[in-house]
Design a protein around this ligand. Sequence first.
Ligand code: SF4
Ligand code: SF4
Length: 163
Amino acid sequence: MLEKTGVATQKDLEKVMPSKERLKKGPVAVIECFQRIPCNPCYTSCKVGAIKELVEDINDIPELDEDKCIGCGLCVSKCPGLAIFIVDETYSKDEAKIMLPYEFLPLPEEGQIVDALNREGKVVGKARVLQVKNGKYEDKTPVISIAVPKRLSMEVRNIRLGD
Ligand code: SF4
Ligand code: SF4
């Protein structure tokens, strides 16, 4: 399905979902990169060694050590595949915070209410924009932090600005 639609299957996603125990401890990366490609900026951008070095073959799929990851988000802006998200289910009682890469213009504004989209681009709810980090001048992808209802933490992977 991934090859045909560009949308990961549930089986693929299960392999990269953080454990429930890890999610209770704070922000953590979710690396939704499922295709073998010669690429490693995720590994080189991580300052704490949470992404396993691809020593054998640069085409290997990245592997996260969820206990080492501190959810800093550096890898989100460096991934050319826009495949990395940070999920923080400890953000508040009812909301989760998600950091996602965003390459559209205009960028949203902090405080703006936007449509929350799932992996297929369908609207699944509303999101509140918490922070906009524009990496334009550093050759990095902008990273948007949003708050969504906690039940959507593993579903929302993009946003759409209203008209
Ligand atoms: S979020 Fe930070 S600590 Fe976690 S894998 Fe990415 S760069 Fe490393
Ligand atoms: S940088 Fe992104 S696309 Fe490249 S291997 Fe890492 S997760 Fe995959």
